[in-house]
Design a protein around this ligand. Structure first.
Ligand code: ZLS
Ligand code: CA
Ligand code: ZN
Length: 390
């Protein structure tokens, strides 16, 4: 065997349920739960499972999901069927809960949602029970879902549920989101509390890129006596940002946030649509650049809940999340960058069969982020953090 062993001095738990992978949003829909099959194949082929505690996650209960969502919304989610999409009787509620092209009603929708949410809740509980130092759920990270509304391919906000678990034990939790989209659902859920600091890096173009929120000066309730004041950090970016600039920006922002806020735990959403060549994204990150953010976050030495998120070029999503799993178990050096012959569906990784293809070179999008702009972002955020300190 290639000799992947448990990391020294800490424990990583891995939460998954193969039943999630079988769900289909519909033929042309960009969200493909099948990308989780490819991720699993890589993780297993490299032998990374030997280094982690593996848990077959259970479905979150209705009550667990109702810690954030309303019972009305969850009840509807439980009983709705694809045929209701065309049926007139349900059309008002379907529209009000925002089901439609982005958030279709497909077979097994409620099972899908409760399974990815159960994995995140389980992962959070492993951290608070001290049974893990890092807990991973690649099927989670669905950051757009609101209390009573589906949004942007997300129906139940597993991240909010996971953070609510962590808040039972930790006075302060920091949320970091490197998906190319703004983490609006998580930001909104904790907008009025100082117990969660949300930080999202994203492409921002108010009228032309989903969801259109997350401006630099959008930082929480405006009234200074509201505890949530200034506890939302937004890092709005333009097209084409590259590895070096992104990592420097990430380190500058996150180190300042941690220094000021002193969180007890971190939740990291690793949306892989910030990679180059993503079907929906517009950044130029490589698998290594994306992974460097995960590696840096790990050096902070805090309990860490790691979830997936977006990612619409399945072969690259699975490359990134497999690489990031290897970072989290401290096994990067033991991973062959040539994808092993033993990987099922290996044909998906051709013609290069590399874990690290040059994504930033393959569909080059012009970098519209000047050094001056990036410096301005860091300076403004440091100023915001000074005010947060009170
Ligand atoms: O962060 O941009 C939008 C909203 C629309 C345009 C698309 N139409 C369908 C609805 C109205 C303004 N929605 C985005 C949502 C992106 C969600 C990202 C989730 C996450 O990564 C976390 C998991 C959007 N971008 C692209 C599409 N939707 C989209 C592309 C292609 C299709 C096929 C299926 C459906 C309709 C045709 C669709 C949506
Ligand atoms: Ca983001
Ligand atoms: Zn996204």
């Amino acid at each position: 065997h290639n000799g992947i062993t448990r990391p020294q001095g800490y424990t990583v738990s891995y939460h998954a349920n193969p039943a999630v992978e079988a769900h289909h949003f519909g033929q042309s829909h960009p969200m493909k739960p099948w990308r989780l099959v490819l991720t699993k194949e890589l993780v297993l082929a490299y032998g990374m499972h030997h280094a982690m505690d593996l848990y077959l996650s259970r479905a979150a209960t209705f009550e667990e999901m109702a810690e954030f969502h309303t019972a009305d919304y969850l009840e509807f989610l439980r009983q709705v069927i694809p045929a209701d999409m065309e049926a007139a009787e349900q059309s008002d509620r379907i529209a009000s809960y925002n089901f439609g092209d982005d958030c279709p009603i497909f077979d097994g929708l409620f099972d899908y949602c409760s399974l990815y949410s159960g994995a995140t809740v389980d992962a959070a509980r492993k951290l608070i029970n001290n049974q893990a130092d890092i807990a991973i759920n690649w099927s989670g990270g669905l950051h757009h879902a609101k209390k009573t509304e589906a949004s942007g391919f997300c129906y139940v906000n597993d991240i909010v549920l996971g953070i609510l678990q962590l808040l039972r034990f930790h006075p302060r939790v920091m949320y970091i989101d490197i998906d190319v989209h703004h983490g609006d659902g998580v930001e909104q859920a904790f907008w009025s509390t100082d117990r969660v600091l949300t930080v999202s890096f994203h492409k921002y173009d108010k009228d032309n890129f989903f969801p259109g929120t997350g401006a630099l000066d959008s930082n929480g309730p405006s009234h200074p006596l509201n505890p949530g004041s200034r506890h939302a950090i937004n890092v709005p970016l333009n097209d084409g940002i590259e590895d070096g600039d992104y990592l420097q920006l990430y380190k500058d922002v996150i180190s300042s946030c941690v220094e000021t806020y002193q969180p007890g735990a971190i939740v990291l959403q690793c949306g892989a649509d910030s990679l180059g060549c993503d079907r929906l994204g517009c950044f130029n990150l490589n698998v290594t650049g994306h992974g460097s953010c995960v590696a840096y976050t790990k050096t902070l030495g805090l309990p860490m809940l790691v979830v997936g998120g977006g990612g619409y070029t399945p072969r690259n999503v699975s490359r990134a999340w497999a690489h990031e799993t290897s970072i989290l178990i401290d096994a990067v050096d033991k991973i062959d960058p040539n994808i092993p012959d033993t990987v099922t569906f290996r044909n998906h990784f051709g013609p290069d069969f590399s874990l690290f293809p040059p994504l930033s070179e393959m569909r080059k999008i012009e970098n519209k982020n000047s050094k001056q702009y990036l410096t301005h972002l860091v300076n403004t955020i440091r100023e915001q953090l000074r005010y947060m300190q009170g």
